[in-house]
Write a protein that binds this ligand. Structure first.
Ligand SMILES: [Zn+2]
Length: 351
């Protein structure tokens, strides 16, 4: 991927190209993005630029052997780490990213803006939490101890370091602190507050900005369109839920809660929470007389305007806090039926 192919974040792309040009390449970098905003695309373009044998105009050529290997994610000096778990697509008892690398490549080549839940689906662990376990640290240390195949940089692109436990971090720490020559670590996080401090503090951080509506639409156009996408399912659940709450139908609201708890993975339940949090923000903005930044699609104007009228002034902020608590509890494996039932009761009472 060339910088020119990255959607949005032109300024971040320029900063990365300048870093490469000036030779001030950070050995450890933490890119922080809201899910799906292109941090992986930027990281890939950056590494491709660093290793391109014929760069010009602040971008890679896209045609040299190194660029061609990068475009298929098969560059021998570029490694990927991402959260995994045991699953039907590997027979490894202690799987690492290597066990699933084929599926990672297919996914990231087709759509580098994928979400965590897309990744889980691609590697067949929808119903489990992905983790970066200590076997992964051993595998990375082994790979980096080998001599580089090319004469460029060796790189480890580390997707979601917040899924790494303390033991894995401890193993990697020395390598991150004092990497072998011409080696760089790029961490991509959606939750910088959850990245272990020992790792975080050794990284130069880069903020990847949210995409504009127009950029997000271009990203969406890259995605394989399924008839019943998650967004459609979430939208319907949210509509039903809010309609039952404002019409004071507790039984119907609780049924929506059960339907949310029955979404087929924890990641999907969390994705619904993120969606509902966004919707609450929209209602809140309209209530604050800032509809222009609420970002409501034309087709949904009426629905949101009516909710903004019917919901009390504190409903949205309380709901957002409660939704965040649910996300934290899902991470702690608390029973989701209980969580969503409780959330809906709270929303019902605070309307
Ligand atoms: Zn090139």
């Amino acid at each position: 991927m060339r910088f020119a192919d990255v959607i949005g974040n032109a300024e971040v792309a320029r900063t990365l190209a300048n870093m490469a040009d000036s030779g001030r390449v950070a050995h450890a970098m933490l890119m922080y993005e809201n899910e799906g905003c292109g941090a992986l695309a930027l990281a890939l373009a950056y590494v491709q630029y660093l290793n391109c044998s014929n760069p010009s105009g602040g971008d890679s050529c896209g045609e040299c052997p190194s660029c061609r290997q990068m475009s298929k994610l098969i560059h021998p000096d570029v490694h990927f780490v991402f959260p995994v778990n045991k699953g039907p697509k590997t027979s490894d008892d202690k799987p690492t990213s290597e066990s699933y690398i084929k599926y990672w490549r297919e996914l990231a080549v087709a759509d580098p803006y994928f979400t965590e839940s897309d990744l889980q689906k691609a590697i067949g662990i929808e119903s489990k939490n992905g983790l970066i376990a200590v076997a992964e640290a051993k595998s990375i240390i082994n790979k980096l101890s080998l001599t580089a195949v090319g004469d460029g940089y060796k790189a480890v692109i580390f997707y979601l370091p917040e899924k790494m436990n303390q033991e894995t971090a401890n193993r990697l720490l020395k390598m991150v602190e004092e990497p072998p020559v011409q080696t760089l670590f790029i961490f991509i996080t959606h939750a910088p507050e959850k990245v272990l401090q020992t790792i975080f503090s050794r990284c130069q951080s880069v903020r990847v900005m949210p995409l504009t509506k127009e950029e997000a639409a271009r990203v969406n156009a890259l995605k394989p369109q399924s008839e019943d996408s998650d967004a459609d399912v979430f939208q319907e659940l949210f509509y039903d839920l809010m309609n039952s709450i404002v019409s004071r139908d507790l039984m119907a609201a609780l049924e929506c809660g059960e339907a949310i708890a029955a979404l087929d993975s924890r990641e999907k339940q969390k994705a619904f929470c993120a969606y509902a949090g966004d919707c609450m923000r929209k209602i809140f903005m309209i209530q604050q007389n800032m509809p222009q930044i609420a970002g409501v699609e034309d087709a949904e104007q009426e629905f949101y305007a009516s909710l903004a009228q019917k919901c009390g002034k504190e409903f949205c902020s309380k709901s957002m806090t409660n939704i965040e608590k649910v996300v934290a509890m899902i991470d702690r494996n608390v029973n989701s039926k209980i969580l969503f039932c409780d959330l809906i009761n709270r929303m019902f009472l605070s309307i």
